[in-house]
Design a protein around this ligand. Sequence first.
Ligand SMILES: Cc1cc2nc3c(=O)[nH]c(=O)nc-3n(C[C@H](O)[C@H](O)[C@H](O)COP(=O)(O)OP(=O)(O)OC[C@H]3O[C@@H](n4cnc5c(N)ncnc54)[C@H](O)[C@@H]3O)c2cc1C
Length: 432
Amino acid sequence: MSARNHLPIVVVGAGSAGVVVASRLAADPKVSVLLLESKSELGGSSLRNYMVGMTGMQDDYEWERDFGCAGWTWKSAQKTFNAMPDILHDVQVSEAGQVDTALVAAAIASGFPKIERLAGDTRSSRGVGFCSLTMRNGARHSVVETYLASQSNQTNLAVRVNEVVEFVVMESTRAVGVRLLSGEYIEARGVVVSAGAIDTPALLRRSAIDRPGIGIGLQDHPSIAITLALRQLQHSSIRIGANVRTNSRNGNSDIHVLSLNETDESGSYGALIAGVMRVYSRGEVKYDATTGMGVPVFNSLSDERDVVAMRDAVRLTYNIAKTHAVRNIADSLLSDAKGTSAQWIGDASDTEIDEWALQQVGAYSHAAGSCAMGNSRDEMAVVNERAEVIGYQDLWLCDASILPTLPRANTHLPVVMVANRVSEMLCEVLSL
Ligand SMILES: Cc1cc2nc3c(=O)[nH]c(=O)nc-3n(C[C@H](O)[C@H](O)[C@H](O)COP(=O)(O)OP(=O)(O)OC[C@H]3O[C@@H](n4cnc5c(N)ncnc54)[C@H](O)[C@@H]3O)c2cc1C
């Protein structure tokens, strides 16, 4: 046993990934774990996300084939997804919001087949269905309830909130602790950084970790809204409850149309959101040396393939918005926040749609890929297939930043899957 084995593994960031890693490592009583979170609450983005649970398509997970990440295949991802606690609640017709119901009816009337459980359907390229949400008994079920609650009595797990990690302390190329913003130094057996796709690369830069790929390759799913001025106010506890999935002319299952029941608290507006799910454009998290923070630059729609897919997504979304089912609930359709009617989309040229899309494109809050996993010989890879920072010891990354590409899904469940797999690998290493 090494002299350092009595020290804790420090997990930085208690979000979707960090909570899973800390909880799963602490299941081994021989491993001591300290989970540090900067904000006052545990759960990170899983506390405020829209709760849509989705796996993505099989082909999204062939990382061994596509990125040289040995052992990362759909088969291995599927095994982990299947072993994860099933906390998904299928939205029922009776609880769906008015935009959800209209979207499902409109898509079925337009010829889309109904998919009974979109969440785990990794094969159907076209269809519509109500979403599955990470909910239990009518309430959000975040990773805190699913993973951490069962470990809360473990004496080998300590959790501290309101603790910002300023940098990882290195001895040569080995992580030996963390320095908090308060000035406190915590010695560690090893450090797992789970600070999320924007903060993880910044934290590595503050720690003077030297890999050229840090921050590079950032992705998000580009999205654009057609806003619905609703005839009737109808508050819904479900923010997004239905989804259409289909193919662009260039891709497979690469377009989603989502229903947003309320765009703001007034309840007067809803939206249909056109999303491009197979993303080729890449940006980066720039490092602001003055503040020490990461600045995301997504470069959305910078790749022509995404532009074409978005064009198809916009036209499909507009056609769905024009159906009876949607017009029954919406007085008018709007293409921007100034209240411009969306009617022009019906006759718009490709160029007009592309220009509008570039102006209006927003992110889906699925930032990923800024410290990508890859083969150790790939100089732009930041972590290897065991999530170790390449060229360093006792330093691992585990969060959305290490996804080498975005799956065609909302990212919470994929990140939780990755965190479960990385935890299994870490457990093996740490129990030696
Ligand atoms: C508004 C919104 C809606 C979304 N909707 C959905 C959805 O419906 N379905 C879905 O699947 N996905 C959704 N997502 C995306 C999904 O929630 C994220 O992809 C996922 O939670 C990312 O997990 P993570 O562990 O990488 O990062 P996070 O969950 O963001 O965790 C990072 C944690 O690290 C902490 N941290 C950062 N820096 C430090 C530091 N220096 N010291 C200590 N702690 C630090 C942060 O406070 C945070 O708690 C949504 C995201 C957002 C923001």
